[in-house]
Design a protein around this ligand. Structure first.
Ligand code: NAP
Length: 523
């Protein structure tokens, strides 16, 4: 099977042989992706003209209806997506649900947001920020800030680990803003994104040019970006760095958001002692990090900081639960840990573990499973390390092992724990497990500049919290520094990337007129 590209309102196959997508359990080829020979300039111009005109002619509410229709179409076809996620990504049922249902749920959430953007005329297409400033002595001259849709396209380059969620969370926000998307899934797992877009296009619910798909190399998309376009990239720090310095990005200056890799941490508070509820909650979350999606989540816990007196007990509790993790083919329902996406990622993860092992001791796992039946697959055993000198260590704070691997480290006081967490150089997510709210409040304030999201779990939130790694569309996703400095989602805040804020200066009467066609909202 060769995946096609959806551009200029039609499906087009690339001219070359393309790159192979494999089943990571067997190593067998399952599809090919190729975008060679596609006229990207023409594809982008089609979206810039037809797509922009169609979407920006619609109100926020009408765009919300489009998003709801996409979600309904995907829900109607949900059955086959789990199979594709298993065959091409090595996903268990739970892994697939996080990606597929996470994507559908985010579309539905953004569709609901649309209904909050209304005006007296009922067809709001711009946003007026609340509050006005008087600029003259007499109350005749004021300033307000408005947000308008950018007349460009959103090029969205995604990572392999979330072919569904990664694509739909970006498409949803762009579409609500009235900006057409060109989605480029990572080649390794593009089949699921391709199948979903095929279903949406076949349902004939979207205007021409609103949603486009490129399966294969994305270099030509970057070459053709123009000033009103945007690039939202999710992937490794190395590719992000290359894109930041790309000649056309520097010359044309489109908006750019980079979501890169991140050495996230969790702090098990000093009060989280063996036998109490928060300690058990921390253990559960750490074991999730070593099993869910075989550790291939950008937000995953990579480093665990625990009060020195509890280090041995935490290690013992985590290892006891790890013993129950079955690694293998996700076709077997008992399997909790599937393979990594391909042998290249397996090799990189094993090299990363070897690097960590130079300054930390492997206490569980550490390599590929010994089971001969798994020999052809890209498996990595859930791996736990303990680092005795976290202050002196470097690799544990700087090496992302994108697989089921975490390192335990002791701290002597919470200030030290926060400082060690910041050694990640800027991360997507930090979690804290503690019932001591005063101490947590201090940790939140000092850790927040280094993190895009901080989750605090106590006994009360224990049953209700959504997990360290899970991205909620109400909350911003992204992180400073090494994590790329990008920001996505976060309720209406996600619109900022696709809209222009302008200060408008004028009379009270002008703003009364603007208000009739604008939704008043704080972004
Ligand atoms: P990657 O190798 O950097 O690739 C990411 C995307 O960039 C792919 O779609 C890739 O396409 C594309 N790409 C590569 N070179 C390009 C170029 N010259 N021009 C245009 N596009 C180009 O990353 P990955 O291996 O797919 O993903 C794993 C990494 O992503 C991990 O480090 C993880 O932490 C990170 N991640 C971060 C987040 C976040 O939200 N911060 C979320 C998920 C994953 P091809 O596949 O066709 O090469």
């Amino acid at each position: 099977m060769k995946l096609e590209n959806y551009v200029e309102g039609r499906w087009i196959a690339g001219r070359g042989e393309g790159r192979a997508l494999i089943n990571p359990v067997t190593g067998d080829e399952v599809a090919r992706a190729d975008a060679s020979g596609i006229d990207m300039q023409a594809a982008m111009n089609f979206a810039r003209t037809r797509g922009v005109k169609a979407l920006q002619g619609l109100s926020f509410k009408a765009r919300g209806q489009l998003l709801k229709s996409i979600a309904d179409t995907l829900s109607a076809n949900r059955g086959k997506y789990g199979q594709i996620a298993r065959i091409n990504s090595g996903n268990t049922l739970l892994d697939a649900a996080i990606d597929i249902d996470g994507g559908i749920g985010t579309l539905k959430y953004v569709a609901r947001l649309a209904s909050s953007l209304d005006s007296s005329s009922g067809d709001a297409r711009i946003i007026l920020e609340p509050g006005q400033d008087q600029l003259a002595k007499e109350p005749v001259f004021f300033a307000r800030h408005i947000w308008t849709s950018r007349p460009g396209i959103a090029v969205q380059v995604n990572a392999y680990n979330f072919p569904s969620w990664g694509m739909w969370e970006k498409v949803a926000m762009a579409m609500l803003a009235g900006v057409p998307s060109i989605a480029k899934p990572a080649t390794a797992t593009a089949w699921l994104a391709h199948e979903m877009v095929r279903d949406v296009i076949a349902a004939k619910i979207l205007p021409d040019g609103a949603l486009n798909l490129v399966c294969g190399g994305g270099e030509a998309l970057i070459e053709a970006l123009q000033p009103m376009d945007s690039l939202a990239f999710t992937g490794s720090a190395a590719t992000g760095e290359m894109l930041r310095g790309h000649a056309n990005i520097l010359k044309s200056a489109p908006r750019v958001s980079i979501e890169a890799d991140s050495i996230n941490a969790t702090i098990v508070g000093p009060d989280a002692a063996p036998g109490n509820v928060v300690f058990d909650l921390a253990v559960r979350e750490i074991v999730n990090a070593l099993s869910v999606k075989a550790g291939q989540l950008c937000t995953n816990i990579r480093r665990v900081f625990v009060a020195r007196p509890h280090l041995a007990a935490l290690q013992e509790a985590v290892m006891a639960k790890m013993a129950g993790l079955t690694v293998g083919d996700p076709l077997d329902e008992r399997v909790r840990v599937g393979p990594l996406v391909d042998h290249g990622q397996q090799r990189t993860a094993l090299e990363g573990i070897a690097k960590l092992a130079r300054e930390a001791k492997i206490v569980a796992g550490g390599g590929a499973p010994q089971d001969a039946a798994l020999g052809k697959g890209a498996f990595v055993s859930p791996t736990l390390l303990v680092c005795d000198a976290p202050r002196e260590a470097k690799a544990v704070h700087e090496t992302e092992v994108f697989g089921p691997c975490a390192t335990l480290m002791a701290y002597d006081n919470v200030q030290e724990a926060v400082q060690l967490a910041a050694r990640g150089g800027g991360s997507l997510a930090l979690s804290v497990f503690s019932n001591d709210q005063m101490s947590c409040a201090e940790m939140v304030a000092s850790a927040a500049p280094w993190h895009g999201r901080v989750l605090v779990v106590d006994e009360e939130t224990g049953k209700a919290h959504t997990g360290h790694a899970i991205v909620m569309p109400q909350c911003v996703h992204g992180g400073p520094g090494r994590a790329g400095g990008g920001e996505e989602l976060g309720g209406l805040r996600g619109l900022r990337f696709h809209m222009q804020r302008s200060a408008v200066q004028g009379s009270g009467k002008l703003f009364e007129a603007v208000k009739q066609k604008a939704a008043e909202a704080a972004l």
